[in-house]
Design a protein around this ligand. Structure first.
Ligand code: NAD
Ligand code: GLY
Length: 362
């Protein structure tokens, strides 16, 4: 399935699933659902920008495969990743006859994937979900691996569940309708894979993206490897995917959800993590410069938004869930492609790196 290219398989025993990647795959949603033995009613969750573009293709495909479905459209944007929206969707599902035999189809970017995936994880104590990611961010990262959840005022993703999808269908044609800013924020996660696992990706990005399907495939393979090794982030392996996220999440929340796109905040978080890596584990200056050049090439920010107080960001870091007993487990790189977690990073290191994002020192 998928333009002749075999899917990438996320190997998780009896919860293994395929990530189908290629142009025009939304039209195969119904068929792929049937191949995964999903038989009940489908509840499609999408957002107000994605639904007008792609909902009908998904509905047609499900109808052709003989499914009955309902559609649930939430406002586009990070603000929809809330417990209030979880309740709204659950009430709509109950009203529309979605039951324990039904499945969820998450059509949209990472916000929809996380939100609808979480609803699928808890509705009737868990029903299947198929992820249909429509942003680069969601195709290379969030739709794969089963992390679902919503935000609290206190921080990002503080309420959630692991709930692996039955299938992921990444239709790369959907990426053509992304704004440049929305596309580029997804590149931040590609840069992350380059930093922690495969520096060749950075070389490819520097040449400009020639095959988007190929790029998505490379990233999904990397992510699938981490997820297979450490599905529930217990061994520390999967935690390496959080490179740039400790400070990035804090910046995103402190700026106010929706001010910076997720990937933009992660780009800033990676610059701070690179600075801390240089100080603590000797990350070479020329490799930090390479990371910065890539971030700039894809028009991602290198400075905190004006008016954002570094101290507010720092306070946010301390409600981050990666703290244990007052120590932070922080992902650093000693070389591009060689990431690991350390408990050696101090509050002062964090403060200096965040202030540096304001002053231009980081
Ligand atoms: P998003 O879902 O808000 O999408 C960005 C914008 O693009 C939205 O306005 C959306 O309506 C619009 N859009 C989506 N697809 C489109 C298309 N094909 N054409 C035109 N417009 C389109 O944001 P995102 O960047 O995709 O995802 C960010 C979210 O993902 C954050 O909440 C982040 O925490 C989460 N995330 C989760 C994981 C995970 O492992 N679960 C990993 C990374 C990020
Ligand atoms: N995006 C980080 C993870 O899936 O673990």
């Amino acid at each position: 399935m998928g333009n002749g290219s075999p899917p990438v398989v996320v190997e998780l025993g009896n919860r293994s699933y395929c990530v189908h990647i290629g142009d025009g795959l939304l039209a195969q949603t119904g068929q792929i659902a049937r191949e995964n033995a999903l038989s009940g009613r489908a509840a499609i969750v999408s957002d107000s920008r994605v639904a007008p573009l792609y909902l009908s293709a998904v509905q047609d495909s499900l109808a052709q495969a003989g499914y009955v479905f309902s559609a649930h459209v939430v406002p586009s944007g990070e603000q929809s990743k809330s417990l209030e929206m979880v309740k709204t969707l659950c009430e709509q599902f109950a009203h529309d006859g979605v039951d324990r035999h039904s499945f969820v189809v998450a059509l949209g970017g990472g916000v929809i994937g996380d939100l609808a995936g979480f609803v699928a994880a808890i509705y009737y104590r868990g029903i299947p979900v198929i992820q249909l990611p429509t942003t680069l961010m969601a195709q290379v990262d969030s739709s794969v691996g089963g992390k679902t959840g919503v935000n609290l005022n206190a921080g990002k993703n503080l309420v959630g569940a692991f709930h692996q999808p039955h299938a992921v269908i990444a239709d790369t044609l959907t990426l053509t309708s992304l704004s440049r800013r929305d596309f580029n924020e997804g590149v931040a996660e590609v840069i992350k894979y380059g930093a922690i696992s495969d520096p060749k990706l950075l070389g490819e990005l520097s040449q400009g993206i020639t095959s988007i399907a190929q790029l998505v495939r490379q990233c999904v393979r990397i992510k699938a490897g981490f997820v297979t090794e450490d599905e529930r982030e217990t061994s520390g392996r999967r935690a390496l995917l959080n490179f740039g996220h400790t400070i990035g999440h804090a910046i995103e929340a402190a700026a106010g959800y929706g001010t910076l796109l997720h990937g933009e905040a992660i780009a800033l978080g990676m610059l701070a993590a690179a600075e801390i890596s240089s100080k603590r584990v000797g990350f070479p200056a020329e490799e930090a410069a390479r990371l910065r050049t890539m971030i700039q090439q894809y028009e991602l920010p290198t400075r905190l938004p004006s008016g954002l107080d570094p101290q507010v960001v720092l306070r946010r870091v301390f409600v981050d869930k990666k703290f244990q007993d007052g120590n932070i487990s922080f992902v650093v790189c000693s070389r591009l492609g060689n990431a690991f977690s350390t408990k050696e990073v101090t509050r002062e290191d964090l403060a200096a790196a965040i202030v540096g994002l304001q002053t231009g020192k980081t």
